[in-house]
Design a binder for this molecule. Structure first.
Ligand code: SF4
Length: 319
């Protein structure tokens, strides 16, 4: 786009959905959430502790924990609580992880059964120390869930398996999760500072390869806003995801977990999220979730059902 046209485009976008710069310490009203106090919250917490399971809800200090755990929705983080990477946005601790827990798949399946989950989201830390990056544990978890709770639909949110053999991702695809999620997290320009251990195009290729290997698996990816990205860069990420045939885009506001982490450069307004969502839908995603509090696993079960219905409607329209 010529620079004059680009400037006019950016000015128009700012009019539709202005970015409000706020003092760094103060969160806008649309970010505030209530402290978790419900009985359901306490029960979910007790179950996770009793089965020695780690959740990303706690490790990432997710603002939705009160709402999700009250409804008994939790995202379990497998392969331990220590990550081999040190992304500038992430609150999970970095270091040398412990040995893989062989009981984890069965414990996780027990939790899914006790919580009566229709849909479960499983993620993990990065395990660059393992030859397969932890892929075989994802496979064991999927198999344990299929055995114990066959009607539960399974969504996995994996690391990038960078520098691991292609068989790592292929083995997970062969285990047939219902949704394969891998987050691009931010725009390529910000990778060196925000996601230094990862490569944008390697992550994109991972998503593309999952879809190529099994087109029936839904693919999903997300980006955070507020890290200093420009709107046109976000639009380019959407185009890249669509070129990899990603079905579901999630977008949410980045929140700085501690002063040591990357700063929030801006709080993107709910109106701006709506504008992003409209553009993403126009670009052809089957499903889009974009709001300040959207996270990869937020409302994942309900959104999975909507995505499935959207695919069926699309296929019916082609017949
Ligand atoms: S949005 Fe996801 S990570 Fe956050 S509390 Fe809910 S399930 Fe956990």
């Amino acid at each position: 786009m010529a620079s004059g046209a680009r400037n006019r485009y950016l000015a128009a976008m700012n009019e539709i959905a202005p970015i409000i710069p706020l003092p760094k310490q103060r969160k806008p009203d649309w970010i505030r959430v209530k402290a978790p106090t419900s009985v359901g919250f306490a029960e979910t917490k007790k179950l996770m502790r009793s089965l020695n399971l780690t959740t990303v809800c706690e490790e990432a200090a997710c603002p939705n924990i009160g709402e999700c755990w009250t409804k008994k929705h939790a995202t379990v983080m497998i392969l331990g609580d220590t990550c081999t990477r040190a992304c500038a946005f992430c609150n999970v601790k970095t270091g040398m992880p412990r040995m893989v827990d062989p009981l984890e798949p069965e414990h996780l399946a027990t939790a899914a059964a006790e919580l009566g989950l229709e849909h479960i989201v499983i993620t993990s830390v990065d395990r660059d120390d393992l030859p397969d990056g932890g892929a075989s544990q994802f496979v064991k978890v999927i198999e344990a869930l299929r055995r114990n709770t066959p009607s539960t639909t399974i969504e996995i949110l994996t690391p990038d398996f960078r520098n691991k053999p292609e068989s790592a991702v292929a083995s997970i695809v062969a285990a047939r999760p219902d949704v394969y999620n891998h987050n691009l997290e931010t725009v390529p320009r910000l990778y060196p500072t925000i996601r230094p251990g990862a490569r944008y195009y390697a992550s994109l290729r991972l998503l593309e390869s999952v879809k190529r290997q099994d087109p029936t698996i839904f693919t999903k990816s997300g980006v955070m806003t507020g890290l200093g990205e420009q709107r046109l860069e976000v639009h380019q990420v959407m185009d890249d995801m669509r070129s990899a045939d990603v079905d579901f885009l999630t977008m949410g506001q980045y929140l700085q977990p501690t002063p040591r982490h990357a700063k929030v450069e801006e709080f993107v307004t709910p109106a701006a999220f709506n504008a992003y969502a409209a553009i993403a839908r126009a670009k052809g995603f089957l499903m889009v979730a974009a709001s300040p509090l959207t996270r990869s696993s937020y409302h994942a079960g309900a959104d999975f059902a909507k995505m499935k219905a959207a695919r069926e409607a699309k296929l019916a329209a082609k017949r």
